[in-house]
Design a protein around this ligand. Structure first.
Ligand SMILES: [Ca+2]
Length: 235
């Protein structure tokens, strides 16, 4: 009888904890308005080459003059989007819970993935790099496990972490995908807008500087964290 009561209590406690965690994730996700979630994607077409990332980063138009710019929902941009081009994806990752996260990539031709342990792009560190000799298939997450995954990153719930991916392609089979493994999970999942926040100039209107200051006050309200942000370093 005692065991039965205790077991029932433990099961109830477990259900309560699981429900509480699920609720806190759902509640947190809903704090950031839909229009401020997503990934800024910039594309540079007509690269002189494209099989090495240096063909993108050494292009005179990089990083300030992309051929195209758009907002997409995920760190899996469209595949087979052309030849001799490169792209940059930027956003802030907002962890739904505190804990250890790891990141994963597939790409063809080359790609790199960066994380900053704060909101500043200037503090980014390279976590993943897949070179031309180790390019992968679209779904090939385990071709070169050491190259394709990051080590654990201890991240805090609700804080903004700047993330960025670079990718380039020569011809054919072009793709880049970034996935994430949440704390305690054994499976990866796409890095999608539910965890991604971005500030985009076209949403902020003509009075950019004042709009950015207002936006960061909103971010403090949405995330519970305070930021001191400079105009020149937003995404
Ligand atoms: Ca290719």
């Amino acid at each position: 009888m005692m065991c039965s009561l205790q077991c029932n209590f433990e099961i109830s406690l477990l259900i309560f904890v699981i429900t509480a965690v699920q609720l806190s994730i759902a509640e947190f996700s809903s704090c950031i308005p839909e229009e401020y979630r997503g990934v800024r994607r910039e594309i540079w077409r007509g690269l002189n080459g494209g099989w090495y990332l240096t063909h993108l980063t050494s292009d005179s138009r990089f990083p300030n003059s992309p051929t195209e710019e758009e907002i997409i929902a995920t760190f899996t941009p469209p595949i087979n989007d052309g030849n001799h081009y490169g792209q940059r994806l930027q956003a802030y990752f907002v962890p739904p819970i505190s804990g250890n996260y790891s990141f994963y990539a597939t790409c063809d031709s080359e790609c790199a993935f960066y994380l900053s342990l704060d909101e500043k792009p200037g503090n980014k560190k390279e976590l993943i790099r897949i070179d031309q000799d180790h390019r992968t298939g679209y779904d090939q997450w385990d071709r070169y496990p050491l190259l394709q995954s990051s080590c654990f990153q201890q991240l805090e719930r609700g804080k903004l972490y700047y993330i960025e991916a670079l990718h380039c392609n020569f011809i054919n089979n072009d793709h880049v995908r970034i996935h994430i493994k949440l704390p305690g999970s054994n499976t990866t999942r796409p890095l999608d807008r539910e965890y991604l926040f971005s500030l985009f100039t076209r949403l902020l209107g003509p009075d950019l500087l004042r709009s950015i200051e207002t936006m960061w006050r909103n971010v403090r309200r949405w995330t519970g964290h305070t930021y001191h942000y400079k105009r020149e370093s937003y995404v």
